[in-house]
Design a protein around this ligand. Structure first.
Ligand code: UDX
Length: 437
């Protein structure tokens, strides 16, 4: 099939690359000409495992093209997929201006039978609204399909190729079947629904997962108080198939470009329709609290943090990405510097992005060793695999005090106990003090 994808962010680019990989002829369109010219050279604008390999392979095979021209990209396409951003407005709602612009940009090129798919995360009612905009502009009936995306950053290609489900929200049966046909090689279960349910599925899924994280984080805080171990508790809970093991990893709160924005947008929608979804307010406030727990633990340990040197390991909101949006490291760095601590941070890929957001109030170094050297304490903020395999015993000797606050519970207890002297403060578990104190 001939497919056009508007927007080359995480969702658009991963979708375009994967659709070309399964044999479709795909043109990706973006207004950012620098981004497009890099993509034409096979360079991915984002750090995403496996993406660049498929990018090079499919552009080489002529199945994947990049352009800034809507006319070139959209003309003749059987399916146009809109995957532009819907950022958060100051009032918590979703900003639809990129989507409105995309609708206007394609409307001059819509032919009879062209299907327009909205993949961007959009509030209830948006598919109907955009359909109206395009129809008013092009004076034809448009076949719309709502098709939200559930991929995670860091595993975007894997998630697109191995999705749990594909949601197709439709009014027109022919359009729905064509979109199902486009995805057929992936052999993923498809759920057909109306526009509004499809739009809700995306928000309800993300809000549920965010709430699951806030729930386990509250359980973690309680575990610390009562002397239980949150990892054992999560394991025991997760074995119940009705609960499930995923997303019960306690830590320092969720971040990223989706959960924080989508929970707020759903709360905003609820408010607009007069529904008091107070549970979501708690999900948000627990998450805000959780971003501060490492700093609170450090204050409890040291009394005050003024003049203390704190090494931070990990900056992005999760491993395998350089994305700093809503990352807990931003709050942690800010709180530590406000309290007069000196912060030295290391991350394998996120430093450049972090500099743009956190700025020069902290120091950035290029190795774990440099972050640890002479530090009063170490904060583990992102659970990169390389941090789980550190030679702890020798690293602890380089610190002023061998103290670790592990915000992701990513260090194995056995390895900690092997250190001659260490103080280890995890989340939702008892601390470990080994050696002489
Ligand atoms: C999420 C959804 O998973 C995805 O389906 C949706 O399309 C976009 O939003 P993403 O933001 O890429 O994907 O990251 P995800 O892996 O879901 O993690 C989000 C945040 O939750 C991270 O900050 C992560 O550290 C945190 N998290 C996740 C936990 O704290 N505990 C967990 O058990 C799982």
């Amino acid at each position: 099939m001939k497919i056009a994808v508007l927007g080359t962010g995480y969702v658009g680019l991963s979708t375009g690359v994967c659709l070309s990989e399964i044999g479709h002829q795909v043109t990706c369109i973006d207004i950012d000409d620098q981004k497009i010219s890099r993509l034409q050279q096979g360079i991915s604008p984002i750090y995403e495992p496996g993406l660049e390999t498929l990018l090079v392979k499919n552009t080489g095979a002529g199945r994947l093209i990049f352009t800034t021209s809507h006319k070139d990209g959209v003309e003749g396409a059987e399916i146009i997929i809109i995957a532009v951003g819907t950022p958060q407005r100051p009032d918590g709602g979703a900003d639809l201006s990129y989507l409105e612009q995309a609708a206007k940009d394609i409307s001059g090129h819509i032919e009879k039978g062209t299907i327009v798919v909205i993949k961007s995360t959009v509030p209830v009612g948006t598919n109907e609204y955009i359909k109206k905009i395009i129809e008013e502009k092009c004076n034809k009936e448009v076949m719309m399909v709502s098709n939200p995306e559930f991929l995670r950053q860091g595993s975007a290609i894997h998630d697109t190729m191995n999705a749990d489900r594909i949601i197709i929200g439709f009014e027109n049966k022919e359009a729905a079947e064509k979109v199902q046909e486009m995805y057929r090689p992936l052999q993923v279960p498809v759920i057909f629904t109306g526009f509004r349910s499809s739009e809700m599925i995306k928000y309800a899924s993300n809000a549920f997962l965010a709430t699951k994280i806030s729930f386990i984080n509250e359980i973690a805080n309680l575990c610390e108080a009562v002397g239980a171990d949150v990892e054992d508790v999560a394991k025991g809970m997760g074995k119940d198939k009705r609960i499930g093991e995923a997303f019960l990893q306690a830590g320092i709160g969720y971040g990223g470009s989706c959960f924080p924005k989508d929970v707020k947008a759903l709360l905003h929608t609820a408010g607009r329709y007069g529904v008091n979804f107070s549970m979501l307010k708690e999900t948000i406030s627990i998450n805000d609290f959780q971003k501060e727990v490492l700093v609170k633990k450090a204050i409890k340990r040291f009394g005050e943090l003024k003049g203390k040197k704190i090494g931070i390991l990990g900056l992005p909101f999760k491993p395998e990405t350089d994305d700093m949006r809503e990352a807990p490291s931003i709050n942690i760095a800010q709180s530590l510097t406000n309290l007069g601590a000196e912060v030295v941070a290391y991350d394998p890929v996120g430093t450049e992005q972090a500099k743009k957001i956190i700025g020069d109030t902290i120091q950035y170094v290029s190795s774990v060793f440099d972050a640890v050297l002479g530090a009063d304490a170490l904060f583990i903020v992102t659970e990169w695999k390389e941090f789980t395999q550190l030679d702890l015993a020798s690293l602890m000797k380089k610190m002023k005090y061998p103290i670790i606050f592990d915000g992701r519970n990513c260090l194995e207890e056995d390895r900690i106990r092997q250190c001659e002297k260490i103080e280890y403060y995890p989340i939702g578990k008892q601390s470990i003090l080994s050696g002489e104190y």
